[in-house]
Ligand binder design. Sequence first.
Ligand SMILES: C[S@@+](CC[C@H](N)C(=O)[O-])C[C@H]1O[C@@H](n2cnc3c(N)ncnc32)[C@H](O)[C@@H]1O
Ligand SMILES: Nc1c(NC[C@H](O)[C@H](O)[C@H](O)CO)[nH]c(=O)[nH]c1=O
Ligand SMILES: N[C@@H](Cc1ccc(O)cc1)C(=O)O
Ligand code: SF4
Length: 461
Amino acid sequence: MTDASVPDGEFEFEHRPDTDQSFENALVKARAGDRLSVADGIELMTTGTDRPGVDPVRKEQVLEAADRRRAEMVGDDVTFVANLNNNVTTACNTGCLFCNFKNTAHQFETGYDDDHTGFTKTPAESRAVVEDALDTGIYEVTSVSGLHPAFVLNEEHREILESYDNPYAEVDYKPPAAYDDDPGTYVEQMRAMSVGGVHLHSMTPEEAYHARRGTDWSYEDVYRELKDAGLHSAPGTAAEILVPEVRDVICPGKISTDEWVAGMEGAIAAGLDVTATIMYGHVENAAHRVMHLQVIRDLQDRTGGITEFVPLSFVHQNTPLYDRGLVTEGASDAEDELMIAVSRLFLDNVENLQSSWVKFGNAKGLKLLNCGANDFMGTILSEEITKRAGGGYGEYRSFDDYVEMISAIGRPAVERSTDYRERRRLDPGDGPHGPMLGPRADGTPMLSDRDGGGEPAHADD
Ligand SMILES: C[S@@+](CC[C@H](N)C(=O)[O-])C[C@H]1O[C@@H](n2cnc3c(N)ncnc32)[C@H](O)[C@@H]1O
Ligand SMILES: Nc1c(NC[C@H](O)[C@H](O)[C@H](O)CO)[nH]c(=O)[nH]c1=O
Ligand SMILES: N[C@@H](Cc1ccc(O)cc1)C(=O)O
Ligand code: SF4
């Protein structure tokens, strides 16, 4: 398999999917549950490096092996969480070429005239959003945001940044007075969102980097302070592809692979669970995907702190990568299936593998639950990242949608906590369904008057 979405001859990567392993050997190891090498993983991801394109028979063999491994590792339950996404701000100067979530920060400055689609919430506004959602029964709030130049960890951090001669140029800092809306400090946002016993899942390694920029503070210290302010676990986005030659193309302004790993280790050392992600289907090839999986597996060997792995399929429509002709499309169905399957087979130390209905839609999202995935994400209630990138699968799934879809593939539907330790099996014959694990949840359907977003909630759509 080549990197199909890349226009011919565009990138001369050092790492290419050629190996000295054979597909058959790799498949034998995968079926036996032996630990796979990167060369093995590349064979499975490509269905053989000795032939062009995906071989449909071999692909089915890989998917079947992964589905079996899923059943052995975690059983048949399909889990999901009652959660809310709350993005604090879209202001960001990092300039990732795959991202249309952000708006450059100067557009938020007082006196900027042209219209823009961005927003910044004060801590009080964030709290109000979480408060409302708590009444619907959510267990978790997930909060990921742009790196607003006025955002700082705490007042001590602000003083340090203000002591620079030219803080905007040197450490991407401008005081709140320069902007229409003030995000406050990260600590204030954590305090605001961790209201009423909700589980707060926030602060990606990229955001943690921003929360310590211009200081010599460790990631562990920063995450400890955030934890004291109410943070419970950290999302492992900003991972994208953890191979430098790919980051150089798609996100040259972002933290490096090593920095991402250091951030995750800091969060885990501070006592937080973390998730891990890969964002694939753009300029990278199958070798990069498997190299990324090895970074994750090594991190998990050292820490055991990763609760789930989330393959995020690149949504290309409204992104600079697409506009500039650097990619022509996202991943194919076969690439999505193999990404999930090889993640299950390669990551022998990560229990939970998420199928993201936001990225894949219902039909493919369900299919992937038979290719190695065991988790079907969360209700989320609102979504900005995929929507702004041009994705059309909506912003919400109800518990009834979940039970209907998961039952349709013959699997038990299970409400979970963020850390997967609390679980509640739902009885398909006993609807209407609502959450029970959240601090204010009592089984009432979350938003009974809303539909499932951008597409009907049928397993066969
Ligand atoms: C939008 S950022 C917000 C948090 C923070 N700024 C960061 O970079 O971690 C969260 C993640 O969304 C994902 N993302 C952004 N644009 C995407 C796209 N077009 N398709 C798929 N995933 C995307 C990336 O994996 C990114 O790390
Ligand atoms: N895959 C996507 C997620 N996943 C995160 C989950 O919703 C949940 O927060 C996590 O499993 C921890 O419990 N969130 C998105 O907004 N978009 C996705 O594509
Ligand atoms: N916010 C990310 C997805 C995500 C969030 C939290 C996680 O723990 C994992 C993945 C996106 O939509 O692209
Ligand atoms: S992915 Fe995150 S860091 Fe990169 S531009 Fe988007 S919001 Fe900013």
